[in-house]
Design a protein around this ligand. Structure first.
Ligand code: PLP
Length: 367
């Protein structure tokens, strides 16, 4: 049986007519950058997620970068985040000349360990970037409490977590800003790069709109140092169509995750994902912990079951961050996770037969 790790063509086929019409509409109108579609998408996503303002940008990476820029993060500043994430989370901190300061994860949720954040705060700390990894939100209440106590900015990296919830609030709506990636493989994926920032602060929203467009509010007048991070009309039109389906797709992802959980919970050599009772995870990834991960992955690959590792190396051990002076052993839980995690195929179009074949492949593994 053919089981892709992700099947974007199948999703396209299911909404082809709507998508084609929307794209043709943009082509016929002939307005391609920051037009009507972008404005409407910003309003629709902000309202879907319970935030006041949405600012479309051209990637999740830029959503994070511009958020830091909007709060003036620069040289000498420190920003706290997790080492178990995609490079972009810490890359943007370093790109502004600030220092990424890592805090280990809670091994149950894979998210930043809120018990360990306070000891990493110094006089130079300006912000915290919690990452809602795999689609489950970090423990936001203690993070927001610390932010208040130490006057810090909180930028949610919700790249993998659109529509996930923490105590009834949507990802991206709790911090000072929330950042989404619409990379094609995300739960709400464009047909190219795209991203969005949410905020409840009108002034910050205005600043972000300028920053994404060369620091300009009026053409050829530049009051801030910005960049080109505008969102295309075609991507916005595609995303507006997909946004109509995202609630249903999210429910299906959760159903598939539940079925995986039921079928795998009794296997002693693996650990199924743990979802906090106050969280609603949207399963951008369904990630197991397995002791003999590499052997297990080879076994599944031979059985025709594709898997992915998110991530094989924590950020504090990446060559590009060697200048930060971290070493092996500094964040044992993140390092352990990197040797144990493995993600299974999960997407709304995955059939029951495909899911059952994945489970059968897992069950046929012998230690
Ligand atoms: C946790 C996390 N942060 C940031 C990003 C960056 O998003 P983009 O690829 O849209 O720039 C990603 C994308 O994979 C991500 O997973």
């Amino acid at each position: 049986m053919n089981i892709p790790l992700l099947d974007l063509t199948k999703q396209y086929q299911s909404i082809k007519q709507e998508i084609d019409q929307a794209v043709i509409h943009v082509l016929e109108k002939g307005s391609f950058i920051l037009g009507e579609e972008v404005g409407l998408l910003e309003k629709e996503i902000a309202s879907l997620c319970g935030a006041s303002y949405g600012i479309g940008v051209n990637s999740g990476t830029d959503a994070l970068l511009l958020s830091l820029m909007a709060y003036g993060i620069s040289r000498e500043d420190e920003v706290i985040t997790t080492p178990l994430t995609f490079i972009a989370t810490a890359e943007v901190i370093a790109m502004l000349g600030a220092k990424p300061v890592f805090v280990d994860i809670n091994p149950k949720t894979f998210n930043i360990d809120v018990e360990k954040i306070e000891q990493a705060i110094t006089k130079k700390t300006k912000a915290i970037i919690p990452v809602h990894l795999y689609g489950q939100m970090a423990d936001m209440d203690p993070i927001m409490d610390l932010a208040k106590k130490y006057n810090l900015i909180v930028i949610e990296d919700a790249a993998q977590a659109i529509l996930s919830e923490y105590k009834g609030k949507c990802s991206g709506s709790i911090g000072h800003t929330g950042c989404f990636s619409f990379f094609p493989a995300k739960n709400l994926g464009a047909y190219g790069d795209a991203g969005m920032i949410l905020t409840n602060d009108k002034d910050v929203a205005e600043r972000l709109k300028m920053l994404r467009n060369h620091g300009s509010r009026i053409k050829y007048q530049h009051s801030l140092l910005g960049c080109n991070s505008r969102l295309d009309e075609i991507q916005a039109a595609v995303l507006r169509i997909k946004a109509r389906h995202i609630t249903k797709w999210t429910q299906t992802r959760r159903q598939i995750a539940n079925r995986y959980n039921e079928s795998l919970a009794d296997i002693p050599w693996l650990t199924i994902p743990f979802e906090e009772e106050w969280n609603k995870c949207v399963y951008n990834q369904y990630t197991l912990k397995v002791q003999y991960r590499d052997k297990f992955q080879k076994h599944l690959s031979e059985a025709g079951i594709p898997t992915a590792i998110h991530y094989p190396m924590p950020l504090h051990l990446q060559e590009t961050f060697s200048c930060l002076g971290y070493k092996q052993g500094d964040f044992p839980e993140s390092e352990k996770a990197c040797s144990e995690v493995i993600s299974l195929p999960i997407y709304p179009e995955l059939t029951d037969e495909q899911r059952d074949a994945v489970v059968a492949g897992i069950r046929s593994f012998e230690l």
